[in-house]
Design a protein around this ligand. Structure first.
Ligand code: PLP
Length: 363
């Protein structure tokens, strides 16, 4: 039967949750300690001024680590830790960049929402969409008009389990929602002009959103921008225009440090590929299961799949006994979704795969 897996992080359960989701055990431990007392200061992280030196240092460290890990230091980019979630970026991107028309790639629920928000500002052109097949693939051939203000895409579709493996070359600013795969794989991040990501998928707790913006694309729209919505204001105030979400920023900083110590994005990418290979090969070999996403577009972060109806009850009992958490699929796809973010140990995927093959043996 199931092998009892001891893993590095003393995890009680195997957490496949799609978001908020698993964080490294050592990050959780350090973050929880800081809530009581930050670095032997006699004060809690959440009761000191955000203008005090300890917190200003934390914010600066978080911003620097983000740029360093992405390989964007000294290339004209600024990193900001803002509030309002990735959903707020759907609005801020349009507010700061949209003058006449923008192009959007529609690859799922989150792109769809970004399009809906941007339409409030102006005419949005959907350059391509995979809605015709309930977003189970990534459209490949499409043109991006060079006179548009920007092009927006979603690198990883958390709900449908598809992931863009390459990005279009375009002369206009390229904006990418990387909420669910930032820091998970090596990319040339300098091809993007704005990258944004809600922290709660691969970086930290909910409450902050990382925005990496190339400064020279800003200041080109004619509309007035309220301060809280203005990237330039946030840049000029070093991401401290108002009180930042101190706990979320601190915990994100710890995760970025953890990632750097592991060897950065290249090292974690190798782990992520190992996990994804193991799960997808089981999905392809096991006749009871069926992968949802088109093979070429499969996400290394979120694997979506269905199971033959007759086996559901048994499978779910086995999952429970195996300590597997968070495997239910999103309501718009059904079935199951295994989210394998950076902090999920290989052993968790091995445990899940063992349950899947055990189910086949029983069937
Ligand atoms: C979760 C998610 C969002 C929404 O993030 P919030 O921080 O809840 O607003 C947006 N885009 C993608 C790709 C996501 O996975």
């Amino acid at each position: 039967m199931l092998v009892e897996m001891k893993n590095r992080f003393f995890m009680k359960k195997h957490n496949f949750s799609a978001g908020p989701c698993i964080l490294p055990q050592e990050v959780l431990k350090k973050a929880s300690e800081a809530v009581v007392e930050l670095d032997n200061s006699g004060l809690s992280l959440i009761e000191i001024s955000h203008r005090s030196k300890p917190f200003v240092d934390i914010m600066e460290k978080a911003r620097a680590l983000a740029l360093e890990l992405l390989g964007l230091e000294g290339k004209g980019y600024k990193a900001l830790f803002l509030q309002g979630g990735a959903s707020m970026q759907f609005i801020m991107v349009a507010h700061n960049l949209l003058e006449k028309r923008a192009g959007y790639l529609n690859t799922g629920t989150w792109s769809d929402k970004a399009i809906k928000e941007a339409k409030i500002y102006d005419d949005i052109y959907e350059v391509a969409s995979s809605k015709d097949a309930n977003f189970n693939y990534i459209p490949k051939a499409y043109d991006i008009p060079s006179d548009y203000d920007y092009f927006h895409c979603t690198s990883n579709n958390t709900i449908f389990g598809t992931q863009m493996k390459s990005f279009p070359k375009c002369d206009i600013p390229l904006v990418c929602d990387m909420s669910s795969d930032i820091f998970s794989r090596v990319l040339d991040f300098s091809q993007f002009d704005i990258i944004y990501a809600g922290a709660q998928k691969n970086m930290g707790p909910a409450g902050t959103t990382l925005v990496v913006v190339k400064e020279d694309i800003l200041g080109k729209v004619s509309r007035q921008i309220p301060s809280m919505m203005d990237y330039k204001v946030h840049i000029s105030k070093s991401s401290m225009f108002n009180t930042p979400p101190v706990f979320a920023v601190y915990t994100s900083m710890l995760t970025l440090k953890w990632l750097k110590n592991l060897g950065g994005i290249a090292a974690i990418e190798e782990e992520n590929e190992k996990k994804a290979r193991l799960l997808y090969s089981e999905l392809d070999l096991n006749p009871l299961f069926k992968g949802y996403a088109a093979k070429d577009d499969r996400s290394t972060m979120n694997a979506t799949f269905t199971l033959q109806q007759d086996y559901k009850e048994t499978f779910e009992t086995m999952l429970k006994e195996g300590g597997i958490n968070g495997l239910n699929g999103h309501r718009s796809v059904g079935g199951y979704r295994a989210s394998m973010y950076n902090a999920l140990p290989f052993e968790s995927v091995a445990t899940l795969v063992e349950i899947m093959s055990e189910l086949e043996r029983k069937a």
